[in-house]
Design a protein around this ligand. Structure first.
Ligand SMILES: C[S@@+](CC[C@H](N)C(=O)[O-])C[C@H]1O[C@@H](n2cnc3c(N)ncnc32)[C@H](O)[C@@H]1O
Length: 165
């Protein structure tokens, strides 16, 4: 099922690909601990990155945490193919990259300790935002949720849906 029409444009013009230190599970765990939230060990965590693009964020994290398991996915086939090539070239094998839509993520994907979505929320339609929140609700192990997200200032009420559901 495809809920978004961004695939052709990101295939034609792939997005920039960078590491974002604020999404690293190590940093998320530290912040979670400060606020008394569950903070699974980042070194062995299961991490999901939504809209991982060409892998500029998830590949270095996987390389730095070889005992953790990383799963990233993106709707853009071109970007996913490039991520596969980069991971293979670097020999990063604790990482899986899937070509998938946010709406595709279900229980067969398993559960995760950390869910990351950087630069996705503000770029997708509301129906896809709803799916993104659903993933966070359903796929975070034991509601040990630690989520890093780039929300716009107007989105805070919608994010509050997470804690009330
Ligand atoms: C603005 S880019 C951000 C890429 C990367 N996360 C970053 O911050 O650099 C948005 C990404 O979300 C992906 N995307 C958009 N809609 C999607 C969907 N429905 N399912 C999966 N990925 C999607 C796009 O293909 C694109 O790679």
């Amino acid at each position: 099922m495809t809920t978004d029409r961004s695939e052709p444009s990101y295939d034609a013009v792939p997005y920039t690909s960078h590491a974002y230190q604020q999404t690293h599970p190590d940093q998320l765990a530290t912040i979670a601990r400060v606020f008394g939230l569950p903070s699974p060990d980042p070194l062995t965590a299961r991490v999901l990155e939504i809209g991982c693009g060409r892998g500029g964020n998830i590949i270095p994290m996987a390389a730095a945490c070889p005992s953790a398991h990383f799963l990233g996915f993106d709707l853009s086939r071109v970007q996913v193919d490039e991520a596969h090539q980069t991971a293979r070239r670097l020999g990063v094998d604790n990482l899986e990259i899937r070509h998938a839509d946010i709406a595709d993520v279900d229980e067969s994907w398993g559960e995760f300790d950390y869910v990351i979505a950087h630069g996705v929320w503000s770029w997708v339609p509301r129906a896809t935002q709803d799916q993104l929140l659903r993933i966070c609700r359903e796929r975070l192990e034991n509601r040990g949720q630690t989520i890093d997200h780039r929300f716009g200032s107007a989105d805070h009420e919608r994010v509050a849906e997470l804690s009330s559901s």
